[in-house]
Design a binder for this molecule. Sequence first.
Ligand code: ADP
Ligand code: ZN
Ligand code: ZN
Length: 748
Amino acid sequence: MIAEIIMNSSVRNLDKTFDYSIPYEMEEKIHIGSRVFVKFGNIKELKEGFVVNIKEKSEFKVKDISKVEEKDFIDEAKVGLAKWMAKRYFCNISECIKLMLPPGTGTNNLENRAKEKTARFIRLARTIDEIEIDIENKKIKSEKHIRALRMLNKINEIPSKELEEIADVSSAILKTLEKNGYIEFYENAIERNPFLHKVIASTQNLKLTEEQQHAYTAVEDAIDDMMNSEFLLFGVTGSGKTEVYLQLIEKVLKIGKTSVMLVPEISLTPQTVDRFIARFGQEKIAVLHSKLSVGERYDQWYKIKNGDAKIVIGARSAMFAPITNLGIIIIDEEHDSSYKSETTPRYNVKDIARYLAREYNVPIVLGSATPDMDTYYKTLNGDIELLELTKRANEASLPEISIIDMRRELSNGNRSSISMRLYEYIKQNIKNKKQTILFLNRRGYSTFVMCRNCGYVAKCIHCNIALTYHSRENKLRCHYCGYEINPLKNCPDCNSGSIKYSGSGTQKLEEEVNNLFPDASTIRMDVDTVTKKNSHEDIINRFKNENIDILIGTQMVVKGHHFPNVTLVGVIFADGSLNIDDYRANERTFQILTQVAGRAGREKDKGNVLIQTYNPDNLAIEFSKEQNYKMFYNTEIKIRKALKYPPFCDIILIGFSSEREDNVIQSAKFMYMSLREKIVNEKLQIILYKPVPAPIDKIKNKIRWRIIVKCKFDNKIIESLSDCLKKLEMYNVKDVKTIVDINPTNMM
Ligand code: ADP
Ligand code: ZN
Ligand code: ZN
């Protein structure tokens, strides 16, 4: 038999199959989706490839496959998905297959891969009755020995290191117990599960409200009828969406199938996972996200593949988990931008979910308080069924939201970033022993350095974006490449001493707050303070458990946390997300403000939200005061229609980058010309813009240009674009990297 193999490579012209013959002794082991190693060209060491087809014979003289990896393989359906993705996202099939392999195995080097981990376990070597008699007879005297044995009897089999910890005994004591014949050691595989041995009180189904019941039943019917329908569960934070997910997952469990629950990477905290563990127990749950170690992910992956995990919770990459009996796909906070990959393959996880839902005939449930405009548009079209939860489930009322015009503060002589009103509210809150969150949307609003005499702004020499001041290290640093310099005293351009550190980062805000409220305790959460594996959770837990007065943070504080004692949320500078160079600036601002507002007053006490802005008339800010998504949608959709933005068309970004500017321009122009020719010859309905430098026209010394195309993204455009890309490759401008991004989330 002959196997068609795709080599593991991102080189474009290796994106084709090569024939190899399957040696007789491997015939049983090789199938579509197998990982194999072969001799390739003149290369000495074996190269990795994937079997994508098997056939009777080849028209070429072929070599044998040298080696097959029996354990790691993907199923045939996933090979189909990889082929579909490669076409749709203009990348190599192997680049897509890599997303589906066990974590840590995407390396060519077999010796270096992740493996299962073992540890030294212990168990009792005699019955507890015999042991108790020995204790009685003073054969075992030491307090520590007795403690260790009784503890071990309660827990049964456990890694010895863990017993040492919980029984507070040394390894020497355990050795003595072994020598005396009371316990024995043995090697055993351990699951590197980061949530293991955490005790969580179990919860039971709540009685659903009428709205929840209606939503539940609609999806349940689709599960029973094996329909691949799509639903939008639209409800404010606290309206009980998660309870609906939990009960749907229970339903899917009952029919023996597996559920996928996607949440944004940033809200994948143990807090989120705990709610699922509390309902279903740890054994059935696998968690996949990038904060886990490779080993942990490897174990979680096999837990799914073996069929032990019936509930897969994870960030977007979890959609590629090796699930064989899919029952439902749930995507929470479906508007979140982390569902779109910004590296090759540049997929949107909703596309992948839709492909798999069709393949397995299962429903998709999207959940949000502020749906993606595109999703809501589809509910009006009838492509997605709308399920609404209009009330908060636990009777908590929505917070009171006020807008504060910061232009007036300035004219009233208040130069700080905290308005008089917010100041008073915080003071009151501290007095009442209630907690406050101050949110700073740092994107587009960092501490940059400007000369007030000539307007000079300190920028990165590699990336052409403003440098940010970091007070702790006393450095100016580039957020893209890490380039840093010492703070400036004089302007390099005009030599004046009027250098001003403008804007306000979270660090500076914390300093200001500490000055204004010297007796209040504060804690800060942003990319600089969240570093180690659990630090994100640590900060959240400390804020909660130590009842710290004020939490200061970026985006990270916004997502999905439940703080019962928070009654005040201050948005320091709502305009941060308005000033980004993106057609979704309004949508993003509305989403963020609604989400922050949702953090206040989630229990009995009424919450207050103060939104500080320099643009009080902006529609996103105005409608977030009303918390009225539909009004926001109805206004914003008109703008989208008039300007031909999604959902009325798709935006395709073709990017070119290289250290050599002339090569970049040459490639971009060539691509532009061949696309223009296509439009004329094939009468394509597309709007093509001329090549221009990207808004950030240089990153890490690479010059960046782009072409924007607006059109309906369909098979015809896929073919035309592929043709043009192939021509560009043959034209062969050296060192220019070309990428294609469909509806990118980051337009920079
Ligand atoms: P969401 O996911 O929409 O933010 P949750 O499912 O977290 O909402 O629910 C918010 C709060 O309301 C939680 O404390 C939850 O336990 C409670 N809750 C949800 N559904 C019900 C219900 N049917 N009856 C009583 N309490 C509920
Ligand atoms: Zn100057
Ligand atoms: Zn830089």
